[in-house]
Ligand binder design. Sequence first.
Ligand code: DC
Length: 222
Amino acid sequence: MVTDVEKPLIVAIDGPSGSGKSSTARGVAERLGLAYLDTGAMYRAAAWLVAERDLTEPADIVDAIRAADLEISLDPTSFTIAIDGNDVTEAIREPRISATVSRVATIQAVRDILIALQRALIAGAPHGIVAEGRDITTVVAPEAPIRVLLVADPAARIARRAAELGEKADQAQVTDQVIRRDADDSTVAAFTEAAPGVTVVDSTHLSLPEVIDRICALAQAT
Ligand code: DC
């Protein structure tokens, strides 16, 4: 007897900071009933550990991250992340982490550790998953049937990041978080141009529900 077992759907979304990746990925996951993986949060938790322990040597950083116990929720409606038993859900969004995360994320051995973990989380999601980051479409899950590069003009991205930070927003800090960080991050992950087979969605003039609609339409077409 042949049974028709549906394969879990994997949706991979990459993009620079402020492109709206996280809200979009969460929205798509909720709408399609899939899990959600914020890979940036994993790099941020690693950077938190590095800051907490005041590590500077790449070898020490790699050892600490290899030994760390990272727990991340895959629920698009309720996000939590803990490293070595410390709940860092809020702390990883602090400006000091945003300012230092690229230093940790650009160490290739750190990426190798987190990529292996990300692949295991994706493979273990029974109903499928929306994974977002910088190298999901190209390195972490290049076999995903839906791969999207979400882009937006730099001015729109800076404005969005400033709105996210609210009153705390300092113009120089926001520009640093968006432009300098993308320049650093793009030295290790190719997210500024779409790889073959990756659909580009430009969110500059689209509302969040419109961006979610576009990606869900791609999912329905598969
Ligand atoms: O998306 P974000 O701002 O939370 O990402 C935090 C940092 O992690 C950012 O500097 C880029 C890096 N990152 C990465 O190198 N690869 C990923 N797959 C996700 C994030």
